[in-house]
Design a protein around this ligand. Structure first.
Ligand code: ZN
Length: 430
């Protein structure tokens, strides 16, 4: 373990630490951020009303719209001169959301990212190829600082440029690959299609993937294709990038670093806490952050707390792998469907590849859903009836997982668009 004392702290010790830190944070934001003071005043609550960790439930939530409304600097809890870095997330419409960090914030993030890399089996002896995008997106620099803090040699190649990725992967004997899971799969397919390159030429051992929800079936596919262990890392641009939490060697949920965050799970409609172990929306409070602390931030990510102790010995709470975001959920003819459910269904079918696109539309007031999915490139089809059988099988499995029937369109291998960053797999035309 990287920070054994912290990572194995007893639950009681963690709670006491969190309470002290939370008390301090709530006072800090009440004194320094007019937005929070106003919100607490509206809720007729003051920092003095916090008498236990559970009392956090009395305090108001923060949502993404609050970040937009306070663009760019109105959520700062410190003077601008203490800010050393500004990240921004791409806004699909209008202004991006801006997140500001002090040097201490950057250091905390780097130590969490380093701890996360160790959790996935990384060490200073490794060579880490960082194919997350560098720039305003937090993925690239987040992993980069973590790797350097750990003492791992990092190749800051950023996303894209696949031929160069593969050349350096071979020549520099990369042992850890970090990127989005969809780009990992893309690189795996690229290696398979190259005659002058085989897995034996490479030294890949570990993949640390995040930035978009992905399923266990997708993990299996990537692990089989690249002969690596693939770990899910969690982060979100409004808080920190990758390193808020990660899976350990058990690959059974992600430890969230509780010496920096308080996690809650609430029912996304009633906003009431759910019983431990039940699914709901992840809410995070960042009590150590100086630049832009967030109180009860609604992440919109759906997951649950895994109540059992982890056999790795770490005591920090684990969340289950993300099912998706509340705003990714598609409502099709009244049925709630997550793209991750469709993905896990598709990956059960050996005749097709895990490249797909989901197209949702409304025709004559009726929701329609079409799934375009690529055939496996090794498949030999000599009879058109075979295609019909695969289509039927795909429809049956998708229906059994999601409860809806979709129009299945099989397409040629490599015909759907690929990206080096987050994939755009859902097209909702309604
Ligand atoms: Zn563990």
């Amino acid at each position: 373990m990287y920070e054994r004392e912290i990572e194995t702290r007893s639950v009681e010790e963690t709670k006491k630490y969190q309470y002290d830190q939370l008390k301090n944070m709530i006072q800090r934001i009440y004194d320094n951020v007019p937005f929070y003071r106003k919100k607490m005043d509206e809720h007729q609550i003051t920092p003095d009303d916090l008498h236990s960790l559970e009392d956090i439930q009395k305090f108001p939530f923060t949502v993404k719209q609050d970040l937009r409304d306070n663009y760019p600097f109105d959520l700062l809890a410190v003077p601008m001169e203490e800010i050393v870095r500004i990240h921004a997330s791409s806004g699909t419409t209008g202004k991006p959301t801006v997140v500001c960090y002090t040097q201490k914030d950057i250091d905390s993030w780097a130590s969490m990212a380093a701890r996360s890399l160790v959790c996935a089996g990384g060490s200073p002896e490794d060579v880490l190829q960082n194919a997350y995008g560098y720039g305003l997106f937090t993925g690239g620099l987040g992993i980069h600082n973590g790797a350097e803090t750990l003492g791992t040699a990092v190749i800051p190649i950023s996303g894209g440029n696949t031929n160069k990725q593969l050349m350096l992967m071979k020549d520099l004997q990369t042992s850890i690959l970090t990127c989005t899971p969809s780009y990992a799969l893309y690189l795996a397919d690229a290696i398979q299609s190259r005659e002058d390159l085989s897995l034996e030429d490479l030294n890949l051992k570990i993949g640390v993937f995040g930035g978009e929800p992905w399923t266990n079936e997708m993990r299996q596919e990537i692990e089989n294709k690249l002969h690596i262990k693939a770990y899910d890392i969690y982060g979100l641009s409004e808080i920190y990038g990758p390193g808020v939490g990660i899976e350990c060697e058990c690959q059974e949920g992600l430890h969230i670093w509780e010496d920096h965050f308080i996690v809650e799970i609430v029912n996304p409609e009633t906003l009431m806490p759910v019983p431990e172990g039940e699914e709901g929306e992840l809410v995070i409070t960042t009590f150590t952050k100086e630049g832009m602390p967030l109180l009860r931030y609604r992440t919109r990510d759906l997951t649950r707390i895994i109540p059992e102790k982890c056999s790795c010995g770490r005591t920090h709470k684990r969340i289950d792998r993300l099912k998706g975001r509340t705003d990714d959920m598609l409502i099709i003819r009244g049925v709630n469907v997550f793209p991750s459910q469709i993905e896990s269904a598709l990956l059960q079918i050996p005749e097709i590849a895990c490249h797909y696109q989901i197209i949702v539309d409304r025709i004559r007031n009726l929701d329609t859903i079409e799934i375009k999915v690529e055939l496996d490139s090794h498949l030999e089809i000599d009879d058109l009836d075979d295609l019909k059988i695969i289509e039927k099988k795909t429809d049956t499995i998708v229906h059994s997982v999601t409860g809806i029937h979709a129009k299945i369109t099989l397409v040629e291998p490599h015909s759907l668009e690929r990206t080096s960053g987050k994939s755009k797999r859902v097209l909702d035309l309604r």
